[in-house]
Ligand binder design. Structure first.
Ligand code: G3H
Ligand code: 13P
Ligand code: NA
Ligand code: ZN
Length: 328
């Protein structure tokens, strides 16, 4: 059954768990997530970026999620627009059956220029008014994601600020979060707390905590009922990097967000945890393995099936780690 983000995250808050939001752009990713959710008895957030929508076609995505409701009737599914950059993107998502939209007003509509607070409030409030009128949830974002190490906004996947960001742009201000939620009435708020998108989050092995958990704690104290969203939450596991490189990959050593820090966030109001990179890496390592080991192979399914299984196992692990398992 299709549910809204608000319904799902209210349940998650009541029962103290987090929900991974996995990015989708094709059938194999959808099946991997849904098989993992069925095995774990977990509710699901499927999220599609603008890039995913243009890659897969809106109708294909919409019908794929209708099929999911028939194939997995026991699993609650929220279909979410990831990083909507303007009102039109959010409204066309709603027309295609999305039950939740992210209006990311932390960046201007070009998705590269940091936006003013007033712009963010105005555009997010407009989306919230319309979305709520038709029973759709809204995620906003306050603060820009980017590297605390370098101050670089993340831009590799096409929706991060360009150039250097100041420290106060890289961490959400808790008092401003209170005002923002009050002014926009968003159902969930993405915060900047030291994560960034993509595989290259940290250039050294973290010794001790690396995220600004004080920001999460402080917002949770001021807004105990707010559902926080952690973007850039891939852990980029060392095993997956090794597997990818074992089969001819050349990925430079990198570190992601430790699962333990996500679990800590979940104790303090983080409810939605965005993961794309880990799924990509799990699949791509298997593509490389088949390509390397079976040089005469040309049946796409021989590549896609192990990739799907690797992604399924990863999703299953996150459902267990975040406490989503058993909550469908
Ligand atoms: O943060 C967003 C996701 O990683 C989606 O990336 O824009 O390349 O589809 P994408
Ligand atoms: P990762 O790149 O860490 O997987 O983050 C994905 C994300 O935040 C999608 O909005
Ligand atoms: Na999002
Ligand atoms: Zn994101």
């Amino acid at each position: 059954a299709r549910i809204t983000l608000r319904q799902l995250l209210d349940h998650a808050a009541e029962h103290g768990y987090g929900v991974p939001a996995f990015n989708i752009n094709n059938m194999e990713q959808v099946l991997a997530i849904m098989d993992a959710a069925r095995a774990a008895d977990a509710p699901v957030i499927l999220q599609a970026s603008r890039g995913a929508r243009s890659y897969a076609n809106d109708t294909m995505l919409a019908k794929m999620v209708e099929a999911v409701e028939l194939i997995y009737p026991e699993i609650p599914v929220c279909l979410h627009q990831d990083h909507g950059n303007d009102e039109a993107t959010c409204f066309s998502a709603i027309q295609n059956g999305f039950t939740s939209v992210m209006m990311d007003g932390s960046l201007e509509a070009d998705a590269k220029t940091p936006a003013s607070y007033d712009y963010n409030v105005a555009i997010t409030r407009k989306v919230t008014e319309t979305a709520h009128a038709v029973g759709v949830s809204v995620e906003g974002e306050l603060g820009c994601l980017g590297s605390l190490e370098t101050g670089e906004g993340d831009k590799e996947d096409g929706h991060g600020a360009e150039g250097k960001l100041s420290h106060d742009q890289l961490l959400t201000d808790p008092d401003q979060a209170v005002a923002f939620v009050q002014a926009t009435q968003v159902d969930a708020l993405a915060i900047a707390m030291g994560t960034s998108h993509g595989a290259y989050k940290f250039s050294r092995k973290p010794d001790g905590a690396i995220l600004a958990m004080n920001v999460v704690r402080s917002i949770h104290e001021k807004l105990p009922n707010l559902h926080m969203v952690m973007h850039g939450s891939s852990s980029v596991p060392q095993e997956l990097q090794e597997e990818f490189n074992r089969w001819g990959g050349a990925m430079p050593q990198t570190w992601g967000v430790p699962v333990a820090e996500i679990q800590e966030g979940i104790k303090y109001g983080v409810r939605k945890v965005n993961i794309d990179t880990d799924c990509r890496l799990a699949m791509a390592a298997q593509f490389r393995k088949v390509a390397q080991n079976s040089k005469a192979e040309f049946d796409p399914r021989k590549f896609l099936k192990p990739a799907m299984e690797a992604m399924r196992d990863l999703c299953r692990q996150r459902y267990e780690e975040f406490g989503t398992a058993g909550q469908a």
